[in-house]
Design a protein. Structure first.
Ligand code: FAD
Length: 408
């Protein structure tokens, strides 16, 4: 092939794309990142980065960004479910951080650019891989040629689609709404991400800036497709229908427009093909209920960065590519498996309020079990380490307290 525009072309410069571009540029690999958005841009996200995600940011040398971007710490999760309240904290006093994606993603891109990555502002409309490189066609009628391609273009990935790796639509899709609110002066900031489990949907409250919280609603399809009115009105009606949250937000003012997105579930047949590899949501996503998508985007970026560095250190033959991307696929599979099982389990529970309430009543009685569950979600413990007895305890749950009249 003639001289490429860059060794690696990354389509999608959100969190995952910016992270891999930064890592590759630091290794002296030439990298171009294509994104269609005008940064800083907002993105529907609960914006709670788990302790493991913070560690990954630290390893990239970007740990300082969380405070530079005005993030707020949280020590665990607090569930409200029809009158039952359970608090679980991260193991060993670890903390997560709520942080506006608008600021974090823009700051990560700036870091990637100062490390030497080229930022290209354009939409990618097609990709093709051949025996010695990749070609990306942009919506400004130009093309970019590289040796390898990274698809980091999020849940509706064009790269995944063009490579024929779409895994088909989810059978029972869920959707999301997200908006920021400034709390009434004097209202306490949440110390934990607060999750209100209501009839068939969940509402998340994440501290993201001084006095500002993000509210994310995860809802079933009929609530989205059957609903009328703009996203702000739909989110407000969900908040009004959840008494503890309505009380929590008395006097709070929205500071932006609600964003809607979905379906949340993304299936992919494989996470690489030829000279292209998928990372972050483009490679697959289960649901936002466990809030680990940003950590997984950073994790998969780090794993794919290693694979690419190995390929480029050799002559980059098809065998080298297959071996390195094959190893990436299995490492990603190991990192993803427990999260996926846990997330599927929680989505199923959320769909059965009787069992959800019993499971949360069990967590309320057993904070140690709650902490272990958070460690599995955070990737610091395996699902197996929970043990059969604890899994059964969760599945069977505990009898919740009787509801007082009018309590929801
Ligand atoms: C409602 C909701 C709540 C969530 N809550 C949390 C949470 O609390 N904690 C957590 O860790 N995770 C959460 N997540 C998940 C998290 O947002 C994602 O997992 C994470 O953003 C994935 O990062 P990414 O880099 O793969 O993709 P993205 O952040 O989506 O970035 C993709 C980028 O690709 C660009 N792009 C797309 N197509 C093209 C194209 N054709 N050409 C050029 N550019 C393109 C886009 O402009 C975008 O910048 C939540 C998700 C949702 C939907």
């Amino acid at each position: 092939m003639g001289s490429p525009d860059a060794d690696v072309i990354v389509v999608g410069g959100g969190l995952g794309g910016a992270a891999i571009a930064l890592g590759l540029a630091r290794r002296g690999i030439s990298v171009a990142v294509v994104d269609k958005a005008d940064f800083p841009r907002d993105k529907p996200c609960g914006e709670g980065l788990l302790p493991h995600g913070l560690e990954l940011l630290d390893r990239l040398g970007c740990g300082d960004l969380v405070s530079l971007c005005g993030g707020q710490p949280f020590v665990g999760i607090l569930y409200h479910c029809h009158g039952v309240v359970a608090r679980g904290d991260f193991e060993g006093g670890a903390r997560g951080r709520g942080i506006r994606r608008r600021h974090l993603d823009a700051a990560m891109r700036a870091r990637a650019a100062s490390a030497g990555a080229t930022l290209v502002h354009a939409g990618a409309i097609d990709v093709a891989t051949d025996s010695d490189g990749v070609t990306v066609t942009l919506d400004n009628e130009t093309t970019l040629r590289g040796r390898l391609l990274v698809g980091a273009d999020g849940p509706r990935s064009m790269v995944r689609h063009r490579l024929g790796l779409d895994g088909g639509p989810p059978r029972t899709p869920r959707f999301a709404l997200r908006q920021h609110f400034r709390l009434n002066p004097g209202s306490p900031m949440p110390e934990r991400v607060e999750v209100h489990v209501a009839g068939g949907h969940e509402l998340y409250v994440t501290p993201v800036e001084n006095d500002v919280v993000g509210i994310a609603a995860l809802v079933e399809k009929p609530l989205m497709t059957g609903a009328v009115g703009p996203p702000d009105a739909r989110l407000m009606s969900l908040i009004q229908g959840c008494e503890p949250l309505r009380q929590r937000l008395l006097g709070a003012e929205p500071i932006d427009k609600a964003l809607a997105c979905g379906p949340l579930r993304v299936k992919s047949k494989a996470v690489w093909q030829g000279r292209a590899v998928l990372i972050g949501d483009a490679a697959g996503y289960v649901d936002a209920i466990t809030g680990e998508g940003m950590s997984l985007a950073l994790k998969t970026a780090a794993l794919a960065e290693d694979a690419i560095a190995r390929i480029l250190a050799t002559d980059g033959s098809a065998v080298d590519v297959d071996t390195a991307f094959g190893a990436y696929a299995s490492a990603r599979g190991s990192a993803f498996r427990d999260h996926a099982i846990l997330t599927h389990g929680l989505v199923t529970l959320a769909r059965h309020p009787y069992f959800a309430r019993r499971a949360i009543a069990r967590l309320a009685r057993d904070p140690t079990l709650f902490t272990r569950l958070l460690a599995v979600n955070n990737g610091t413990r395996t699902l197996l380490s929970l043990g059969l007895v604890n899994a059964l305890k969760l599945a069977v749950g505990s009898t919740p307290p009787r509801l007082a009249l009018g309590q929801a």
